[in-house]
Design a protein around this ligand. Structure first.
Ligand SMILES: Cc1cc2nc3c(=O)[nH]c(=O)nc-3n(C[C@H](O)[C@H](O)[C@H](O)COP(=O)(O)O)c2cc1C
Length: 202
């Protein structure tokens, strides 16, 4: 075995190692708008669900040249965001929105994506996304010693494409076709799915 401490590694390599080990990561394609109304759309793979009830998700967003990335700036200004889920057919559009554009660039327009209105929050969703989660910020937690800020958001409403919600109340993965981020420029789609029963303690 090789044994390393992050202190042995320059920051870039530490990032590369962690993000190649913690895989596959789901992608939150986050739409926000600022207090001025500026629209923003960008992907974040430091993303997960953290509580079932109330349904809560987390996104961890960094800084650029010392200032919060545009999505974080908007979330701090308004307390609202939408997590659009990325299906295989949207992966190239998602990638186009990940460029480090100026604050006033609308990545919906840049990537040729139509918006659809949200109901409980101001930022619109990606019309073509199979699922979108309207969220209100519930906690903002600086990640100690890092340039990241952990944003927790309570899901206020789900938008689900026709046919996505199965009879058992779960999303049909053949409709969702989720894409995950690996490290660097690598992505994965869902491989074979298998079942495993949980052990019972009695
Ligand atoms: C698939 C993917 C996942 C990403 N995940 C993150 C992330 O979790 N946190 C982060 O700060 N940046 C992440 N980025 C980089 C941001 O998307 C990028 O910095 C973007 O320009 C931020 O946009 P904004 O300034 O409009 O918020 C990711 C990029 C890609 C392509």
């Amino acid at each position: 075995m090789t044994s390393l401490t992050p202190a042995d590694l320059p920051a870039r390599e530490a990032y590369r190692l962690l993000t190649s080990l913690v895989v596959p990561r789901p992608i939150a394609w986050v739409s926000t708008c600022g207090a001025s109304g500026a629209l923003n759309l960008a992907p974040f793979s430091f993303f997960n669900a953290v509580a079932g009830s109330p349904p809560t998700v987390m996104v961890s967003i960094g800084r650029r040249k010392g200032a919060p990335k545009d999505s974080l700036r908007n979330i701090l200004e308004t307390g609202e965001f939408v997590v659009n889920l990325v299906s295989e057919e949207l992966v190239e559009a998602m990638n186009r929105t990940s460029g480090e554009y100026d604050y006033d660039v609308d990545e919906f327009a840049l990537a040729g994506l139509e918006t659809a209105p949200s109901i409980d929050v101001r930022p619109p969703r990606v019309a073509r996304a199979a699922a979108a989660l309207e969220c209100r910020t519930s906690q903002i937690i600086p990640v100690e010693g890092s340039i990241y800020t952990l944003v927790l958001g309570r899901v206020l409403r789900y938008h689900l494409r026709e046919g996505l919600l199965g009879p058992d109340g779960r999303a049909d993965l053949q409709v969702l076709r989720p894409v995950a981020r690996l490290s660097g420029d690598e992505y994965a789609s869902l491989g074979p799915v298998f079942s495993l029963s949980r052990p019972s303690a009695t």
